[in-house]
Design a protein around this ligand. Structure first.
Ligand SMILES: Nc1ncnc2c1ncn2[C@@H]1O[C@H](COP(=O)(O)OP(=O)(O)O)[C@@H](O)[C@H]1O
Ligand SMILES: [Mg+2]
Length: 348
């Protein structure tokens, strides 16, 4: 066996290792016009069968952090530091060839712009079958048969009849199922779904999320769900990490975080959508704009928009929001937040 065969085989992980451990991950894009600090010290781990939602406004570094994990960022312009371990193996230290072998059977991703990623000139069956032809050397006939099975599995009706149809003959929801079929073709241990339902209408969104949950239950894969949609998080995730300015600013179980946010940004997000229990309640968008990641504010990056900030003499020593950068810390059992005044936000 070569080293890469060992890595891509299904031998058990070193004992005690999480499926995925992301440790103090930084990603910058160095450009002539300046450096974009897209991901700034993100850490989390994922267990088999766990669903972790990564929640945040557009431009908070959600997709870039996932692309770093997938090993698909070009370096340069990206500069990546920190640790990314898949089943205990350090992905950043691996040869690109070995990283490539983890993509598919190890970690697989549904991309944010997935619906436009299908090639219009090939049938969906051919595109799904490619996973088996390229990765497993399957014959055309075998690959087609397995494409039909997968189309069945993602509940595309009349799969055997539709396998030769082209992408434009399918609705948006069905095309997203095709993308999911391709992403799960090699039975990944981890599936990263980047805004998988954003382009779909509400009923279809729910069906696609149900499908992802069912597939997860069948296979025990870990699911990382990237979204800006609180409803999606509430419905399917166990845990949530809230991102702002390329960092995790709050983390905990979905129930805890949604019932009692500990970070003013999370609190703002909750108030910005009509709550289930307060239908008709008025939308309160968070004031101000998400930060420019080429010029992140000093101190707490959220302070310019924060309703709880304390500046100057009003601040406690070492906790001045415009100058002192709050670390992510334990603020309640099972809950971390990066705010000097989380106890106040929680009302404890
Ligand atoms: N290839 C790239 N080169 C330079 N900047 C990038 C690149 N990809 C993303 N960015 C920047 O990184 C930041 C985070 O982007 P992204 O992770 O896509 O946000 P999100 O997914 O949370 O909406 C943004 O400011 C974006 O413009
Ligand atoms: Mg994104």
């Amino acid at each position: 066996m070569t080293r890469s065969e060992i890595i891509s085989s299904t031998e058990p992980a070193p004992t005690g290792a999480a499926l995925l451990e992301v440790d103090d991950l930084y990603v910058e894009f160095r450009q002539r016009s300046g450096t974009v600090h897209a991901v700034n010290g993100v850490s989390y781990s994922l267990a088999p069968g766990q669903t972790l939602a990564i929640l945040g406004e557009s431009g908070s570094g959600k997709s870039v952090s996932a692309q770093a994990i997938m090993g698909i960022l070009d370096t340069p312009p990206a500069v990546i530091t920190g640790g990314i371990r898949f089943e205990g193996r350090d992905m950043l230290a691996m040869q690109p060839e070995d990283q490539r072998k983890i993509r598919g059977p190890g970690i697989s991703m549904i991309f944010q712009d997935a619906l436009s990623a299908l090639n219009p000139v090939y049938s969906v069956g051919w595109q799904i079958g490619e996973m088996f032809r390229v990765h497993q050397g399957a014959s055309r006939k075998e690959a087609k048969q397995r494409a039909i099975e997968l189309m069945d599995r993602v509940r595309i009706p009349a799969a055997a009849r539709r396998v030769n149809d082209y992408p434009h003959q399918f609705s948006g929801g069905m095309r997203q199922r095709v993308m999911i079929a391709m992403a799960i073709a090699l039975d990944p241990r981890i599936l990263i779904a980047d805004e998988p339902t954003t382009a779909l209408d509400v009923t279809v969104q729910a069906q696609v999320m149900d499908l992802l949950k069912d597939l997860q239950q069948e296979t025990g894969m870990g699911l990382i769900l990237i979204t800006h949609d609180l409803g999606v998080v509430n419905e399917v995730a166990d845990d949530v990490a809230v991102m702002y300015a390329g960092r995790i600013v709050e983390r905990g179980t979905v129930d805890d975080v949604f019932t009692r946010p500990a970070h003013p940004y999370t609190e703002g997000l909750m108030k910005s959508v009509p709550q289930v229990e307060a239908k008709g309640g008025r939308l309160q968008p968070i004031v101000g704009q998400p930060p420019n990641l080429a010029a992140i504010p000093s101190g707490c990056p959220f302070h310019p928009r924060c309703a709880h900030r304390r500046l100057g003499a009003a601040a406690a020593p070492g906790r001045e929001c415009a100058t002192d950068d709050p670390p992510l810390r334990l603020v309640a059992p099972g809950r971390e937040a990066a705010c000097h005044y989380s106890e106040e936000v929680l009302g404890v």
